[in-house]
Design a protein around this ligand. Structure first.
Ligand code: THU
Length: 130
């Protein structure tokens, strides 16, 4: 199973009745296993969760706290980009060099590292005086 196949499969289960924008995410844990998540919306809109958050939660629930690659997939004209909050969540478990592939159903893909996606990111280094 490829990262793309995994994201495509989980995307079918996305619960997105409000935006109608279904997203699937796959992250590969440091154990080599692919963990997946889809967006889960809520009538109280801010309570919805992104696909990346779901995939990270599944990985951590399996006892794995490092990820080595990420793929996000949606039916978007441009390859779907992780939102700012998800970039921060991915950075918690990945390295600056971790590759994030953004993709769409047409098969267009764009890959960037977490460092490229998060210039000037807030990290634990900022808390070293505490
Ligand atoms: N969404 C994700 O799940 N991941 C992203 O990277 C971008 C946005 C979801 C949140 C919401 O359910 C819908 O897409 C529209 O914003």
């Amino acid at each position: 199973m490829t990262m793309r196949d995994a994201a495509e499969a989980v995307r079918r289960n996305a619960y997105a009745p409000y935006s109608n924008f279904k997203v699937g995410a796959a992250v590969r844990g440091s154990d080599g296993v692919i963990y997946t998540g889809c967006n889960v919306e809520n009538v109280a809109y801010p309570e919805g969760t992104c696909a990346e958050a779901g995939a990270i939660a599944q990985m951590v629930a399996h006892g794995v706290t490092r990820l080595t690659e990420v793929l996000v997939l949606a039916d978007s004209p441009l390859p779907v980009a992780p939102c700012g909050g998800c970039r921060q969540k991915l950075a918690e478990f990945g390295d600056p060099q971790t590759q994030v592939t953004m993709s769409n159903l047409q098969g267009t893909e764009r890959t960037m590292s977490l460092a490229e996606l998060m210039p000037g990111a807030f990290t634990s280094a900022h808390m070293e005086n505490t």
